[in-house]
Design a protein around this ligand. Structure first.
Ligand code: ADP
Ligand code: MG
Length: 245
C-alpha cells in the first residue's frame, strides 16, 4: 500500500500494549466516497486501529497516509484539522448542557464567545447541524432526555461540527433496536450522498449489510477478509472467527 491508494491508507500498522499486540501489521485503504465496514469480534483491535489513526495513540510501527500525506503519529488536533473526524464508542456529551449547546461547543472550541456576532453564527450552525442529524426538535433538551439513538445522533453532530471529509463511526449500532439501526443507516447513507466518506465499525455484520459497499474483517489485530458484504458473509475464515473455531 502507498499514499495514492485511498483517502486514508494504513500500511503495516502495528500497536502493542506491553506484551499484547492489539493491531498486527494491518494494511488497508479507504476509498473516497465509500462506506467501508470495519468488522471484527470484540477485542479484535478495531477501536485501537481508530485510536492510532486519529492521534489518540501513537502506533508502534507502520505508516498512515491521509489525503496523500504521511500523517503517522500526528496529534488528534492535527488530524481533525486535516478533515478526519470520529465518534467514540462511549459518548460523553456534557450532561448539564442542551443538545444545541453541546454542538456549539464542538463547533467553536477556539472561538471567542464574547463576540455576539460570532455567537449568533455559531448558534445557527449548531441548529443546522442538529437538524441535519434529526435532532431539530430536541435543541433545548439535555442529553439525558434523549433515547440512545438520539445520543448517537448528537455524537454524529459533534463530529460533523469539525467539517470532516472522512468520518470514522465506532460501533454505532450497539444497543439500538433494529428500527433504530435502519434509521441511523439511512442517516449515514444521506451523509455519504452529501460527499462524506465513512468507515463504520461493528462487531458483526448485523445491520451493516445493506449499508456498506465493502468490508474489512479483522481478528486478533490482523485482516482476515476483504470484499463486498455478500462475499464476506460466505467467507470461511470469517465464519470460523465468529464460531470461535
Ligand atoms: P475492539 O474495538 O475490536 O473490540 P480494542 O481495540 O478495544 O478491540 O482492543 C484490542 C485489544 O487491545 C484488547 O485485547 C484490549 O484489551 C487491548 N487494549 C485496548 N486498549 C488498550 C490500552 N489502552 N491498554 C492496554 N490494552 C488495551
Ligand atoms: Mg471497540
Amino acid at each position: 500500500y502507498g499514499p495514492e491508494d485511498g483517502l486514508l491508507v494504513l500500511d503495516s500498522l502495528r500497536k502493542e500494549f506491553g506484551g499484547l499486540t492489539a493491531v498486527d501489521d494491518l494494511s488497508f485503504a479507504v476509498e473516497e466516497g465509500e462506506i467501508l465496514g470495519f468488522i471484527g469480534p470484540n477485542g479484535a483491535g478495531k477501536s485501537t486501529t481508530f485510536n492510532c489513526v486519529t492521534g489518540i495513540y501513537p502506533p508502534t510501527a507502520g505508516t498512515v497516509w491521509y489525503d496523500g500525506e504521511d500523517v503517522t503519529g500526528e496529534s488528534a488536533h492535527e488530524m481533525v484539522k486535516r478533515g478526519l473526524a470520529r465518534t467514540f464508542q462511549e459518548f460523553r456529551p456534557l450532561p448539564d448542557r442542551t443538545v444545541r449547546r453541546n454542538v456549539e461547543l464542538a463547533l467553536a472550541p477556539d472561538r471567542v464567545f464574547s463576540l455576539s456576532g460570532l455567537r449568533g453564527q455559531t448558534r445557527e450552525e449548531a441548529t443546522a447541524l442538529c437538524e441535519r442529524v434529526g435532532l431539530g426538535d430536541r435543541l433545548e433538551q439535555t442529553p439525558d432526555e434523549l433515547p440512545h439513538a438520539g445520543l448517537l445522533r448528537l455524537e454524529l453532530a459533534r463530529a460533523l461540527a469539525t467539517d470532516p471529509d472522512l468520518l470514522l463511526v465506532d460501533e454505532p449500532f450497539a444497543g439500538l433496536s433494529s428500527g433504530e439501526v435502519s434509521e441511523i443507516s439511512d442517516l449515514l447513507e444521506e451523509l455519504r450522498q452529501n460527499g462524506l466518506t465513512l468507515v463504520v465499525v461493528d462487531h458483526n455484520m448485523r445491520g451493516l449489510l445493506s449499508l456498506i459497499d465493502r468490508a474489512i474483517v479483522i481478528q486478533f489485530g490482523s485482516k482476515i477478509a476483504e470484499g463486498p458484504p455478500e462475499e464476506i458473509r460466505e467467507d470461511e475464515r470469517v465464519q470460523e472467527a465468529y464460531l470461535g473455531g
